[in-house]
Design a protein around this ligand. Structure first.
Ligand code: GDP
Length: 318
């Protein structure tokens, strides 16, 4: 299976505990859990999730619920799978019932945004979906050229802004209007990816979101954040900022074929807390995670795959 073949280092790190578990008895518990903690930390699970996992296992071992090494291993796998599936479980695209559905792709430059957008178009096209692309990265000159190549490659139509100072939000709303008039199923919107610290980018994204919502109620249906899996825990502040500003509905984790470590998948789904507004607009942090919807496992056109939590868990704890 190619999909998670890039996690060989993670697999190797985590396999250390297999040997310990084979010979496990109650007095070994601390040693096994210490090793597990270390293996999870070096695999980019992050301190928060690592502690959750280790302490939950410790409790179940000490209470006598887990009675053998293999039971511990199964509980570990189940715990990780539950983290991935119980809260952030909407891994399929949620496209609503109005046409066109609007998907905005956001993320910083270099993360794999264009590749992901192109590959997503390719994937949807193969499912018989009629796609219109919107060249919303009006900041980078080459971006719309790149997108036009993808439109041609995938047989999609594309809307590109006219004039030098055209606003991203204008291009997007023009595209959604055209999508509506001409019966497209999905409008796939590229956006600018200047460094996330650039405040005006965030303002631009808000404007984009609003402008498409004015054309089709409920749009954008999805705002997918593209994150480079090889950046590990460093992607967290970036992800939080995007989420706080525009509200991310799903993640695309790219470059999982390279040096990315397995835990990044989990931390994406669980640690980025979702601010929700309840009652008098008080922001509370909901335990809901943001689901990983797709993973990028290469540069080829078929290398964007729907995320399968079970396959992921089986791959890293093989
Ligand atoms: P953008 O600036 O965010 O639009 O990033 P691009 O889509 O142009 O991607 C940046 C580089 O990363 C390109 O060389 C891509 O081929 C490469 N890339 C994107 N996704 C993946 C992936 O999943 N695996 C690998 N190995 N490379 C990728």
């Amino acid at each position: 299976e190619k999909i998670f073949s890039g996690f060989s280092k993670t697999r190797e790190n985590l396999s250390v505990i297999d040997e310990l578990l084979m010979l496990w008895n109650l007095s070994d518990t601390d040693r096994v859990l210490d090793e597990l903690e270390e293996a999870l930390l070096v695999s980019d699970f992050g301190p928060k999730i690592t502690i959750k996992i280790v302490e939950s296992l410790r409790e179940d071992i000490l209470s006598g619920k887990l009675k053998s090494g293999s039971e511990i291993k199964e509980a570990l796998k189940k715990f990780v799978l539950d983290l991935l599936t119980s809260k952030a479980n909407k891994t399929e695209l949620q496209l609503g019932f109005r046409k066109p559905a609007v998907i905005m792709i956001v993320g910083v430059n270099g993360g794999g945004k264009t590749t992901s957008l192109g590959n997503l178009a390719y994937r949807l096209k193969n499912e018989g979906v009629k796609i219109l692309m919107a060249a919303g990265d009006t900041f980078r000159a080459a971006a719309s050229d790149q997108l036009e190549i993808w439109a041609e490659r995938t047989g999609s139509e594309i809307v590109v802004g006219e004039g030098e100072k055209v606003k991203a939000s204008t291009v997007l709303s023009q595209a959604v209007k055209r999508g509506k008039e001409e019966g497209f199923d999905i409008v796939l919107c590229d956006t600018s990816g200047r460094l996330h610290t650039n405040y005006s980018l965030m303002e631009e994204l808000i404007a984009c979101k609003k402008s498409v919502g004015k054309v089709v109620a409920g749009a954008p249906n999805e705002i997918l954040l593209v994150l480079d899996g090889t950046t590990g825990l460093n992607m967290l502040p970036q992800a939080r900022e995007f989420n706080e500003v525009v509200g991310i509905t799903g993640l695309i984790l790219t470059k999982l074929d390279g040096s990315a470590r397995g835990g990044c998948v989990l931390f994406g789904a669980v640690v980025i807390e979702k601010p929700v507004f309840r009652y008098s607009q008080v922001s509370v942090v909901d335990e809901l995670g943001i689901p990983v919807k797709f993973v990028g496992v290469g540069e080829g056109v078929e290398d964007l795959q729907p995320f399968d939590a079970k396959a992921f868990v089986d791959a890293i704890f093989s």
